[in-house]
Design a binder for this molecule. Structure first.
Ligand code: URP
Ligand code: ZN
Ligand code: ZN
Length: 460
């Protein structure tokens, strides 16, 4: 038999077992997993001393967009190359509801934009910003098109993004009927705005730290608790994005123990960084929403990764230092957002697996298998099984690389992990059987990433 690729001598990591085996790939798929593959291949990778795991999946990124007048530093090309450089072979971005063509129109436009440039596979979530009877109907059109996940915000009224509670409630009702997923950015807007107003009266005193002071933990916890209540009574499918607090983790744990369809993601920044950083001279570089919290939150979130928190994503939303510096001392005007997709796997592995906070198997679940299952990509993505897409990240178990923004593939000139030494950067990133990243070089051509049409595995 002639294969396209054989990976030999590696240690295969899955959520269920860790084992030595060979993998054969043909026509973009895994076709055999065996102790010894009989036959030859156009390409053979010797993975001696290396781990082979399913390609990473980041279900929360923002590339090629403008937020509050600031342009995101990565377009779909550099963003997807940065994903590949971090062992991520699939990302999900967001499509804004289009005022004229609606939810599906927005989805199609965004997909066309990504398809021209992405070097890895991709999908989008549909962002609902204008709830109406029409929007409700358009949800079905998106689901039929392969976009069954919808994002809504409880904040950002001034940017025209906010949904009111009764609108989120109806979207959750629809999610139950249609088997869709409602993703919520949960912060408590009215109290938060009151605090922002309060701290804006003494900008000089607090500097960028006012961003943290104006968003205490209860701002997230109250909104998450309210969303869980709506999910409980509607029996809808709720997913909290970028969860940052210990309190919210407790709420998710409790909701799950009651059997509610509630899930949450957290991100490497909330697991490893704290709001003391806002007191540094470049503190405003670290501003994102929700903002970094306290050490006790990091500790609680790590604990949550063993049980109720089943997905790691990054909310990648990178801005240049030039744009970050435009705040001029007014914390309300900072370009909120951070880079992250390139360091997601290395941070979780180095800070989690190597420090024994999460097991190797759980790590695979968190960055690949669970996101694939939750967002309707499994078993095409997120596993090493015969028939799955041949997507892998292959990395050395202990070899570390020094993080310097200028050496990362993201065009962002700042990394919140600058100066850290991290393991699990890929020796090879393989997408559908092709090596797309090796030795700091991307080999995928612009636009070679494929659109993934998704179908959720939700019981109705
Ligand atoms: O502040 C951030 N993270 N901006 C990205 C948009 C969002 O809220 O997810
Ligand atoms: Zn958000
Ligand atoms: Zn986001």
């Amino acid at each position: 038999m002639m294969y396209d690729l054989i990976i030999k001598n590696g240690t295969i990591l899955t959520s269920q077992k860790i084992f030595k085996s060979e993998i054969a790939v043909k026509n973009e798929k895994i076709v055999e997993i065996a102790k010894k593959i009989q036959g030859s291949a156009k390409e053979v990778i010797d993975a001696s001393g290396l781990y082979v795991m399913p390609g990473g999946i980041d279900v929360h990124v923002h590339f090629e967009n403008v937020f509050s007048g600031y342009t995101i530093a990565d377009d779909f090309e550099s963003g997807s190359i940065s994903a590949a450089a971090g062992g991520v072979t699939t990302f999900i971005d967001f499509a804004n509801q289009d005022p004229k063509t609606g939810l599906l129109g927005g989805v199609k436009q965004r997909i066309a934009q990504a398809a021209k440039k992405s070097c890895v596979d991709f999908s989008v979530h549909a962002t609902i910003t204008d709830w109406s009877l029409k929007t409700k109907k358009q949800m079905q059109a998106c689901i039929d098109f392969g976009v069954p996940s919808f994002k809504m915000f409880t904040i950002y009224e001034e940017r025209g993004l906010k949904s009111e509670d009764h609108e989120i409630f109806q979207a959750l009702e629809e999610s139950k009927k249609k088997g869709a997923l409602i993703m919520i950015h949960a912060e408590s807007e009215k109290v938060m705005n009151h605090l922002i107003e309060k701290y804006s009266k003494d900008m000089k005193k607090f500097g960028a730290y006012a961003h943290a002071l104006s968003r205490p933990n209860y701002i997230e916890a109250e909104a998450v608790s309210r969303m869980i209540k709506w999910a409980e009574v509607t029996k809808g499918n709720l997913y909290i994005v970028h969860m940052s607090t210990g309190e919210a983790s407790d709420l998710i744990k409790n909701a799950k123990s009651k059997g509610l369809n509630v899930d949450a993601e957290t991100s490497p920044i909330y697991l490893t960084l704290t709001d003391d950083l806002f007191k540094k001279e470049n503190g405003h570089f670290y501003a994102t929403c929700p903002q970094l919290k306290k050490k006790k939150d990091c500790t609680r979130l790590w604990q949550g990764l063993k049980a109720e928190i089943e997905i790691i994503s990054t909310d990648t939303c990178p801005f240049s230092i030039k744009d970050k510096n435009k705040w001029k001392g007014d914390f309300r005007k900072i370009a909120y957002g951070l880079p992250g997709v390139e360091t997601m796997i290395p941070i979780l592995y180095t800070e989690g697996v190597l420090k024994e906070k999460v097991s190797l198997k759980r790590f695979v679940s968190l960055v690949s298998e669970n996101p694939a299952k939750k967002f309707g990509l499994y078993p095409k993505k997120g596993c090493i099984e015969v028939g799955a897409d041949a997507d892998f990240t292959i990395f050395h178990p202990t070899k570390k690389k020094l993080v310097k923004a200028k050496n990362l593939k993201s065009k962002c000139d700042f990394s919140p992990f600058e100066g850290k030494k991290l393991a699990a950067f890929p020796e090879y990133t393989i997408l559908r059987g092709r090596t797309i990243y090796q030795n700091e070089q991307c080999f995928a051509s612009k636009g070679s990433g494929k659109l993934l049409r998704r179908k959720l595995l939700i019981k109705r």
